[in-house]
Design a binder for this molecule. Structure first.
Ligand code: SAM
Length: 264
């Protein structure tokens, strides 16, 4: 490893496994999209990505950014690389999209903000594929199906806004330096580009899953009047006893539209 101490506060676990690196590259969609990488770190994944396509990479750490600038000073590969020194979440606050044309997000994400990043990528209309290394537990939530015990707000969003969402493979802690405390997975999402995610929908879902093992009707009552819930559940033929993980994504969307958007 280059002479740099990994910073915990930035979730730095550098991927040091060539087999995993090449498996990530092989999972890249065959299209002309630009690539956005979040957290290039020491540039190992970046080097492989730029061999295939044009890449824009966002790195927050000043020390790593300086190393990357030197490492990639001389263009050696076919694609171009644009390095941006920024906190990617701040960039997403300043601009709606991380790139001005269609892109695929490919990254070994910093785990402390991985969920937030994926949710932002769902909101970003230019982003088509999300292929990211995350904590296995997070990957399971985004790829869960209705009825699975892992089905949560993240699964609902994923089901409604993507064509495909699956775990490609798991990656053990030994593949990183330093090793994280958890198993990781590569999550693959192909977004449904005809759908846009409404920011408030996530807050609504958070309330629905606030107490995941309690009845959904009880959770929803924190934001929707009880009478409205009763009449909506009757209209949509939803049992009053249903638990949050048992309801389909499409019914969540219908409740949200009727109760929150239409203000019934
Ligand atoms: N891509 C490298 C690899 O695979 O070895 C590093 C991955 S490491 C898990 C996460 C990277 O994200 C680190 O380089 C870290 O500095 C960077 N990072 C953390 N927070 C960030 C943020 N808010 N914006 C951009 N980069 C961030």
């Amino acid at each position: 490893m280059d002479k740099i101490k990994a910073k915990k506060k930035y979730g730095q676990n550098f991927l040091k496994d060539d087999t995993v690196l090449s498996m990530i590259i092989q999972s890249m969609p065959n299209n002309n999209n630009h690539i956005v990488e979040i957290g290039p770190g020491l540039g190992d994944l970046t080097k492989n990505l730029v061999k295939c396509k044009d890449v824009t990479a966002y790195e927050v750490d000043t020390d790593l950014f300086a190393i990357l600038k030197t490492k990639f000073a001389i263009p050696i590969d076919s694609g171009s690389l644009t390095l941006i020194h920024a906190d990617v979440l701040e960039s997403w606050t300043k601009q709606k999209s991380l790139h001005n044309s269609k892109y695929d997000l490919i990254a070994n994400l910093p785990y402390y903000i991985a969920t937030n990043i994926i949710l932002r990528a769902f909101e970003d209309e230019a982003c088509e594929h999300i292929i990211v290394m995350v904590q296995k537990e997070v990957a399971e939530k985004f790829s869960a199906n209705e009825g699975d015990k892992e089905f949560s707000a993240l699964g609902v969003i994923s089901k409604l806004c993507s064509i495909e969402s699956k775990i490609l493979f798991d990656v053990p802690p030994e593949s990183f330096d330093p090793p994280p405390k958890v198993t990781s997975s590569i999550l693959y999402i192909k977004k449904d580009m005809s759908k846009t995610m409404d920011k408030n929908f996530n807050s609504f879902l958070k309330a629905c899953f606030q107490q995941p093992r309690k009845k959904l009707s009880k959770n929803v009552s924190s934001i929707v009047p009880k009478e409205t819930i009763s009449s909506l559940f009757e209209e949509l033929e939803i049992s009053d006893n249903i638990r949050p993980h048992e309801l389909s994504a499409s019914l969540y969307s219908q409740i949200y539209t009727k109760a929150i958007i239409d203000g019934r």
